[in-house]
Design a protein around this ligand. Structure first.
Ligand SMILES: [Zn+2]
Ligand SMILES: [Zn+2]
Length: 288
């Protein structure tokens, strides 16, 4: 059985993906969500709704509407803050992986998805590589789902070529997953900004690796005045520390200095890379 945090994350992201993919179409899908559903019911005491004809994720969404920070988010946030690097880079990447997995598991036959893929000519390079990793590593998804989607893309390009020379340039819509990533980034940044108005979360955040520069800017956008100040002070402290470590790394690498590097100094250059450029993950964060 999958762990509770993972089930919750899946519940959260499944809901977000479905909302995003089917924003204009009220479609109910339940397949494969049994564990997440059970956990959600347990946590949110949904037993009384068992006879309701609404899908469970709609109940979840309705209940959460009044809250600025959904419980599903904070439940997973604690676990993520304990991991290395920018917390938002990690949360957003998990959502991207989940979006792709949901797409390949359930929606490769969906006409709306095919229309989107035709307009964008599939995914951008970065997300195409992520799709490749998911097909290679995750269960229940196969290359035939990718083939199905990209068959549509190929036909679209062929039909354009047949109109040459009247139509000789390809206009592509943005990659659908890039668009979803932007929305998820804003949503999670807003949740985080509101969570950080709470002292308990400020403590957890201070003990974590914090945010990369790009994501800090997004979270600040959603923060109230006091939280903005907390975030700025926190970031300044981290940069002072980083700058000191980088100087020590340079000094101790000189041939005439025989002092040993501390572990923090030894990895400081890598922190500088992600702090200013965002995290790069070379393996999947969500596994079976
Ligand atoms: Zn980041
Ligand atoms: Zn993309």
């Amino acid at each position: 059985m999958e762990s509770i945090p993972r089930a919750l994350s899946r519940a959260n992201d499944s809901y977000e993906s479905i909302e995003e993919i089917f924003s204009e179409q009220k479609t109910e899908r339940k397949t494969g969500w049994t564990t997440a559903q059970r956990v959600a019911e347990m946590i949110f005491h949904r037993k009384e709704h068992q006879n309701s004809n609404r899908p469970w994720y709609m109940l979840l969404a309705r209940e959460e509407k009044g809250n600025v920070v959904p419980a599903l988010f904070t439940y997973h946030l604690q676990e993520t803050l304990a991991k290395p690097g920018c917390v938002l880079c990690r949360l957003v990447r998990e959502s991207e992986e989940q979006w792709l997995w949901n797409l390949l598991y359930e929606y490769t036959g969906d006409p709306q998805i095919h229309a989107r893929f035709a307009d964008s000519l599939g995914l951008c390079g970065e997300h195409a590589e992520l799709m490749r990793m998911i097909v290679a590593k995750r269960q229940l998804v196969t290359p035939s789902g990718v083939a199905r989607l990209y068959d549509t893309v190929s036909r679209e390009e062929l039909s354009r070529l047949s109109q040459f020379p009247q139509k000789n340039s390809t206009k592509r819509d943005d990659c659908p997953l890039c668009r979803y990533r932007d929305q998820v980034t804003d949503r999670k940044a807003s949740f985080l900004a509101h969570a950080l108005a709470d002292e308990a979360w400020q403590g957890e955040f201070a003990a974590s690796d914090g945010l990369c520069q790009g994501h800090l800017d997004v979270v600040v956008k959603y923060a109230d005045k006091q939280t903005k100040r907390i975030l700025r002070d926190d970031y300044a402290k981290r940069l002072e520390n980083l700058s000191h470590l980088l100087q020590e790394l340079q000094r101790k690498q000189r041939y005439d200095v025989s002092e040993q590097l501390t572990p923090e100094e030894a990895i400081s250059w890598r922190e500088a890379l992600w702090r200013f450029g965002g995290m790069h993950f070379d393996r999947l964060l969500v596994n079976d």
